[in-house]
Design a protein around this ligand. Structure first.
Ligand code: FES
Length: 105
């Protein structure tokens, strides 16, 4: 499985992904610039990503706590999600994401 991540400088990275892992963990383990300050507890929003196109519809709907955290960011868009709340699965194989500026360490 693979995820495709564009960093804040516009460089695209193809990352091998493991089922059941938070997408934030995969991005962080590859050393890409994601702060993920709270370690995946949905209480910092420094793992904020933008989900490309139709991939958004394949994700579980966001819970209220994720929605609330995203509301506190300055750069929220319609396709914003917190990557610690996205769990890797076969359905997400090939997903395209872009790291937000707010995720920069
Ligand atoms: S790592 Fe803190 S909200 Fe995702």
């Amino acid at each position: 499985m693979q995820i495709n991540v564009t960093d804040q400088n516009g460089k695209r990275h193809e990352l091998e992904a493991i089922e059941g892992w938070q997408i934030m963990e995969i991005i962080r383990d590859y050393g890409l610039p994601i702060k993920a300050e709270c370690g995946g507890s949905c209480c910092c929003a420094t793992c904020h990503v933008y989900v490309t196109g139709d991939w958004l519809d394949k994700l579980y709907p966001m819970r209220d706590d994720e929605d609330d955290m995203l509301d506190e960011t300055f750069d929220r868009e319609d396709n914003s999600r917190l990557s610690c709340q996205l769990i890797m699965s076969e359905e997400l194989d090939g997903i395209e994401l872009t790291l937000s500026d707010g995720a920069r360490p």
